[in-house]
Design a protein around this ligand. Structure first.
Ligand SMILES: *Cc1c(COP(=O)(O)O)cnc(C)c1O
Ligand SMILES: [Zn+2]
Length: 432
């Protein structure tokens, strides 16, 4: 094999791909596995070059999307696919903080990310921009739901052919939210890990760009923008603690990479950030390894309401495990009942309707606070990665019902008497 690093280095800070395990270098093509040791490949940059190119002012005067951080992303084009992805709100969550006994809690709200209301729009915007640069005309993915939505939507916008694969038992909202963009949608009778295996075979035979398989080194870099935005929104500072959900473990490790890069090029001051990860008890291979003190992951067969996190054999599991340990964080898992309760808690305290993945993250946050593993004074950022309208089944029958009345005042007054008095809901405003 020929280890050919470096492409047109004058145009870009991408210095090629590098194996995370043995360090062998490759050209920045559509490849993701090391030919020497089968380790995963990661994009390598020339940080001295980035440092000369970037400043807080340049970033702030860039587009209101992830592309304001283009100098840190693995694309060459001056015209990346910009569908308004990124720059989602970072909210000071005072009411949830008070409920949990925290003082400095922030929510990074990717439930309202564009265009398909999950963090996956970040990774797909980057992957499809790179796919186009590498000459792919058909793009694809193995998805737990949100990735299919994003890939189909952004491919439609970019005029790329699209064929996506999902497990057949996904939530109706995730299926409809893919079909509306009219891709070819393959619903596989099997779980995500089986879908992923099938897709690896298709990638080898069809020459398509699979965003999370042969384009994975580029795709995964999109998650770094979750770190850049938080640092910028905290007025160019890093938080003390982040809590984020784990499926493959990729986004978790890339938030860390994003913070380290901002330190490396001098955009923020160095700080030890603790990383804590969230899993569902029905799919907890990384949490189990963490708690048992193991450095390897034993795959599980997922059975949880948090379908978007249901990866039983997580590709970046060991890296997520290492990260939580070396930053003095934790990895916890929570039951489906705790996930639903946390979705309701977040909605009632902060007005954010998240999907089951977000319920997993909030329930984990709560569990860690109760166990004394997050201290009240830490500036904590919790990542909400998806929208509750896509997983309505999860809360169906577990929330209130409307009071049906006649269009007359007395009918309203009567119903109001039976209703929970509005002033007894404990809704005290909290001042910022
Ligand atoms: C895919 C997904 C994740 C986790 O992503 P990984 O990078 O695979 O760990 C988290 N939340 C939501 C809503 C997702 O769709
Ligand atoms: Zn290698």
């Amino acid at each position: 094999m020929t280890a050919t690093p470096v492409l047109s280095a004058s145009l870009t800070a991408i210095a090629g791909l590098r194996c995370k395990e043995c360090g062998t270098e490759y050209a920045a093509q559509a490849t993701h596995v090391c030919e020497m040791c089968f380790g995963p490949l990661e994009v390598k940059y020339d940080y001295a070059k980035i440092k000369r190119n970037v400043s807080r002012e340049k970033i702030q005067s860039g587009p209101h999307s992830i592309w304001r951080y283009k100098d840190f992303l693995p694309v060459e084009s001056d015209h990346p696919i910009d569908v308004g992805t990124g720059m989602t709100p970072l909210i000071k969550a005072n009411r949830l903080a008070q409920h949990l006994g925290l003082k400095n809690l922030y929510i990074k709200n990717d439930a309202v990310n564009m265009p398909t209301l999950s963090f996956k729009d970040r990774v797909v915007s980057v992957a499809l921009t790179r796919a186009r640069e590498l000459g792919f005309s058909t793009v694809s993915c193995a998805s737990t739901g949100n990735l299919a939505n994003s890939t189909a939507a952004i491919a439609a916008h970019a005029g790329l052919d699209c064929c996506v694969f999902i497990p057949a038992d996904l939530e109706a909202g995730k299926v409809l939210g893919t079909l509306i963009y009219n891709p070819t949608l393959m619903a596989v009778n099997g779980n995500y890990d089986q879908v992923n295996r099938l897709c690896s075979e298709v990638a080898n035979t069809h020459g398509w760009g699979f965003v999370n398989i042969n384009l994975r080194p580029y795709y995964s870099e999109g998650s770094k923008t979750l770190a850049y935005e938080v640092a910028e929104q905290l007025d160019w500072q890093l938080p003390d603690h982040v809590v984020a959900p784990l499926a493959s473990g990729s986004l978790f490790t890339k938030i860390y990479k994003g913070f380290r890069e901002f330190v490396e090029v001098g955009l923020v001051e160095d700080k030890a950030v603790r990383f804590s990860g969230a899993q569902a008890a029905g799919c907890n291979p990384i949490a189990t390894a963490f708690k048992q003190g193991r450095d390897f992951i034993t795959p599980v067969k997922p059975d949880t309401v948090a379908k978007s996190l249901a990866i039983g054999n997580p590709a970046d599991g060991v890296y997520a495990l290492e990260l939580a340990r070396k930053t003095n964080g934790n990895i916890e898992d929570v039951t489906d009942a705790e996930i639903i309760d946390a979705m309701k808690l977040l909605a009632e305290t902060e007005g954010i309707f998240t999907e089951t993945a977000g319920g997993t993250t909030i329930a984990t946050l709560k569990k860690l606070v109760e166990a004394g593993k997050i201290s009240p004074d830490e500036t904590t950022v919790v990542y909400i990665t998806g929208n509750g309208l896509k997983t309505q089944e999860a809360v169906h029958g577990k929330i209130g019902a409307p009071l049906t009345i006649e269009p007359q005042l007395e009918s309203f007054e009567q119903a109001l008497k039976q209703a929970q008095p509005l002033d007894q809901l404990g809704k005290q405003p909290v001042l910022a």
